[in-house]
Write a protein that binds this ligand. Sequence first.
Ligand code: PHE
Length: 384
Amino acid sequence: MDPNLETGKSDPITEKAGKTLAELGVHDEAGVQALFDEVLTMYRAEHQRVVMMGAREDPEFGKAAKALHDRWLSQKHGLIRLINDNWLRPAPKELKPLVGPQFNQLRLQPTAEIEDLQESAASVARAVAAHRSRVAGPDLTLPGYRRELGSIHPVTRVQRELEDIFLGIGFRIETGPEIESVYNNFDALNIPESHPSRDDWDTLYIDSQTLLRTHTSPVQIRAMHKYGAPLYIITPGKCYRNENPDATHSAMFHQIEGLAVDTDITFADLKGTLDFFAKKFFGEKTRTRFQPSFFPFTEPSGEMAASCPFCEGRGCRTCKESGWIELMGCGMVHPDVLRHGGIDPERFSGWAFGLGIDRFAMLKYGIDEIQHFFQSDVRFLRQF
Ligand code: PHE
């Protein structure tokens, strides 16, 4: 290694840089030129030496680049600084126009080149550290990566809350595929091809026998085949319908299906369970209401509503002054559906419900636009 770089000891240039032009006896253009040539030659040699160290991956490369930087560019004692202070500034008027351009050339080249060298020394150091961490485990002295903490998505949060209520009364969680057979999604649920109620679901078909499930009800069929009766399950998951997005509709949304199959299950079990559920979720004061409805896979079918948790049934904006909030469709499992699931309707009966998780999340957090859930805007998500 160059002794000057190592020790910073005096060399001809350092000595000269400490003196003025007058002290050096330089009084004309030729003298100025010769002096700057000498400096540049010396600089080039030193720079070249460090470049070569980098090229052969010398372990001292980083140190040498730093030493070169300090020797030439240090703000306090660097050669460029000394030459500026001793040659340029005190130069007599007639020499200034000659010294100025020479000095600028000298300053610009090393500054750019040395900075490049240090950058490549840094990337070599990074590569070496990366290599070391591969062969010898991570360098524990390095600062860690700081990752931004995420949070649970509001829909997931509400899904878990809903699940917990049912898990607490003996239901288990069962899931099914989002890509489903037309048979499970429709036929087995007592919706034959010709039946007009198929049109109630704007279905996204993959081919004539496969679709994106329009509800979680097909998991009823899968679970009946898989476990038989008795059966107590809830089935959270994504569903798809060919809807135009608006404040309350999204082509992808979330449902939870509930299914209870056992001996002697009656509508009273359905009402009791869903009333218990509504009180757990919205508060003990909540009242529930069941109105007749129609679904091909339940008979009788109903719509279940809860007294509005915001106005306690007096009427407000959220419940559209009705005092009630529609929560879900439900009913007694149609005997044909039990049969399609391989369960004997003479021995077993059941009830089922299907609810929209997104809607529950909107109610819970007072969100009036379902699209917020699926736009991944951190300004929205950070609030949960
Ligand atoms: N699958 C129905 C829907 O998506 C909801 C439902 C489920 C109704 C189970 C009754 C029983 O609208």
